[in-house]
Design a binder for this molecule. Structure first.
Ligand code: PLP
Ligand code: TYF
Length: 395
């Protein structure tokens, strides 16, 4: 049985981390994977998380199974964060939320759920998108297509192309949209462009699936969530996957959620029963710790305040690195214009570096993705000059 099985391809991003780990150069720099590092180059353990964990240890609660849909306090807090506490979909009990194993787990629950009830639907993801989007929906049984998104010439969004593709999709298609901080490009839609997207999705009878893995890394927690609220207000079916991997720096705890908006409270009850079936047949129920930490922080006013400050700190530091990157490259390579890096949003930038240039960087122990994606959140005051010098050299 096993002798004929071939090697599966490596994840192109996690593969970079493997190569980075194997590099013995002590000065190596990893701009590949999407992880936030502080100015000391360390993945932070947030103070709000430490304080919540101290409370939980004090409680010494037994580790019983959670309900299939997860911790009730967590699901409620996530809903209020994602839709806004005063949201009509919450008040009308039309929103349901299930705790998930990270944002990835949320996408997979959503994909399996959709496959069950819309097996023939086409799925559309942005060109380009997070690598795992295609693989996740294909593994759930869908045909996955691209819609136009990135324009390499402007380093921004090819909005005319995107809108034309949205308008050409068959009714009932599932369209996966990055709610904020587009991965991998860093190019987001403007508020006016979102209006047009929402109108096209409604008019075309499409099923929007919003992936929000970076809430708070763009303009702010509420600002980044506004897109979700606008879709919810527009009516129609809606799915949202969200992740706390980055915004709580809880990568390995695997904390995320899937929310679905139904047409009525009665419909919501039926959808929840089906989502629970998907969860039950995959892993029965989610883990306790990460969900309790996030719920404790979100529902304890002092900790919530602290989290918002810490998240703002991460957001501001990334923006400072964008500024420094542009300024320093202007000095070292004045014939090249990198001003667009300042306009890009979130952890990533499609830098415009070619595969050959990325390979030359790698020879100097600086790791980026072959597509030219760099994680701006991995730059810091100590490594930025090294990175800038190396980029100026390969340009
Ligand atoms: N969606 C996008 C766009 C991402 O960049 C990520 C990154 O990890 C995820 C989903 C998955 O989130 P998680 O790490 O919580 O599974
Ligand atoms: O895009 C990134 O770098 C992050 C982390 O299979 C990641 O989203 C990358 C690949 C993957 C899982 C997470």
């Amino acid at each position: 049985l096993f002798s004929a099985i071939e090697m599966a391809p490596r994840d192109p991003i996690l593969g970079i981390t493997e190569a980075f780990n194997a590099d013995t150069n002590p000065a190596k720099i990893n701009l590949g994977v999407g992880v936030y590092y502080d100015d000391n180059g360390k993945v932070p353990l947030l103070a709000c998380v430490q304080k919540a964990e101290a409370i939980l240890i004090e409680q010494a609660a037994p580790r019983t199974y959670l309900p299939i849909e997860g911790l009730a306090a967590y699901d409620k807090a996530v809903q209020e964060l994602v839709f806004g506490a005063d949201s009509a979909v919450i008040q009308e009990r039309r929103a349901i939320t299930v705790q998930a194993i990270g944002g990835t787990g949320a996408l997979k629950i959503g994909a399996d759920f959709l496959q069950r009830f819309a097996p023939g639907a086409q799925v559309y993801i942005s060109d380009p998108s997070w690598e795992n989007h295609r693989a996740l929906f294909e593994s759930a049984g869908f045909v996955v297509n691209n819609y136009a998104y990135y324009d390499a010439a402007t380093h921004g969004v090819n909005f005319a192309g995107m809108l034309a593709d949205l308008k050409a999709m068959p009714r009932g298609s599932v369209v996966l949209l990055h709610a904020c901080c587009h991965n991998p490009t860093g190019a987001d839609l403007s508020s006016a462009q979102w209006d047009e997207v929402i109108a096209a999705v409604s008019a075309g009878g499409l099923v929007p699936f919003l992936d929000m893995a970076y809430q708070g890394f763009g303009a702010g927690i509420a600002e980044d969530g506004a897109v979700v609220r606008r879709f919810a207000a527009a009516g129609g079916p809606l799915l949202i996957s969200n992740s706390f991997s980055k915004s709580f720096s809880l990568y390995g705890e695997r904390v995320g959620a899937l929310s679905v908006v139904a047409a009525s409270a009665e419909e919501a009850g039926r959808l929840l029963s089906q989502l629970k079936r998907v969860v039950r047949t995959n892993y029965s129920n989610p883990p306790v710790h990460g969900g309790k930490v996030v719920a404790t922080v979100l529902t304890t006013p002092e900790l919530r305040q602290l989290w918002e400050e810490e998240l703002a700190g991460m957001r501001v530091r990334i923006k400072e690195m964008r500024d420094a990157f542009v300024k320093k490259l202007k000095e070292k390579a004045p014939e090249h214009d990198f001003a667009f890096v300042r306009d890009q949003v979130g952890m990533f930038s499609y830098s415009g570096l070619s595969k050959a240039q990325v390979e030359q960087l790698r020879a100097q122990s600086i790791y980026a993705v072959d597509t030219g994606r760099i994680c701006v959140a991995a730059l810091n005051s100590r490594n930025i000059d090294i990175v800038i010098d190396a980029i100026a050299k390969v340009l």
